[in-house]
Design a protein around this ligand. Sequence first.
Ligand SMILES: Nc1ncnc2c1ncn2[C@@H]1O[C@H](COP(=O)(O)OP(=O)(O)OP(=O)(O)O)[C@@H](O)[C@H]1O
Ligand SMILES: [Mg+2]
Length: 275
Amino acid sequence: MPSHEKQFPRVIAVTSGKGGVGKTNIVGNLAVALSQKGMRVIIIDADVGLANIDIVFNLRPEYTLRHVISGEKSLEEVMIETRHKIRIIPGGSGFASLTRLNEGQKLTLLGEFEALADQADIILVDTGAGISSNVLYFNAASDECIIVATTEPTSITDAYAMMKVMSKEYKSRYFKLVVNMTESEKDAKRVFGSLSNALDKFLKDVVLTYLGHIPFDRLLQQAVQKRSLLLDITPDAAAAKAVENIAASILKQEQSGHARGNLTFFMNKVFQTAT
Ligand SMILES: Nc1ncnc2c1ncn2[C@@H]1O[C@H](COP(=O)(O)OP(=O)(O)OP(=O)(O)O)[C@@H](O)[C@H]1O
Ligand SMILES: [Mg+2]
C-alpha cells in the first residue's frame, strides 16, 4: 500500500455465545496492552444490556451514543478517555435503536464515525453475549471477530452456535478463538480441537484460528473487585501475561497484511445488517 494512502483502523469485535466468559475484561486489558505497545485504541461498548466496560475502567460516562443519535452531543463529546489515553464510546441503549434511524440520522452518525478514522489504530468492540441481532450486526461489520469461550461444554456449544449463525446469516467465515479461565494450555487446545472438529464436519467453509488462552486467575477477580484493571495493578499476573501475548499475536498478524474497510464501511455494514 503506498505510504500516502490513509490507514484505517482495524475493527475487532470481541464476542461470545455464552455470557460471563470474560469479554469485557479481555477488551479492557487488551486495550491497555495494545496501547502500551503504541497503538491508539478506541473501545466501542456495544453491549446494550449491562454495558460495563466503563466499570472495568472505573469511569462513569455522562452521555451515550443515544445522545449522538438524537443530535444532542457529538461523538467527541460522548467519548470518555481513560488514563491510558484509551477512548471509550459508551453505547448505552443507542445501538438498540439503530434499526429505527432515519436517513438523516444515519448520515450524521456515519460522519461522526468517519471522523474517528484518523484517531485510532485499533477499535475494539465489546459486544453483548449471544446471538441477538445487535451482537450479530457488530460481529458482521467488524474486520475481525474474536470468539471467547471457556472450557465449559455450554460455552463451547454456544461458541459453535455463534459461528454457525454468523456464517449462515452474514456469510462470515473467519473467526479467532480465545479460551478464557483455563487450567492449562492443554485445556485450551482441547476446546479449539472440539470446535475445529465440529466445523470440519458441519461448517466446512468456516475457518477458526487459535489466538490464545488466558488462565483462570484470582488476581483478575481481585482486580475486578477493586474496579481496577489487572494489567494496571498486577501486570506480572499469569492472566496479564497471557493478554499481552494475545496483543502481540494480534499485532503480528497485522504485519502480514490485512484487508480492511474504513469506518464508514463499518457503520454502513452495521446499518445494512440491521435492516
Ligand atoms: N481469566 C479469568 N480468571 C478468573 N476469573 C475471570 C477470568 N476472566 C473473567 N473472570 C471472571 O468472570 C467475570 C465476568 O467477566 P466479564 O464481565 O468480563 O464477562 P463478559 O463476557 O463480558 O460478561 P457479559 O456476557 O455479561 O458481558 C469477571 O468479573 C471475573 O470475575
Ligand atoms: Mg461484558
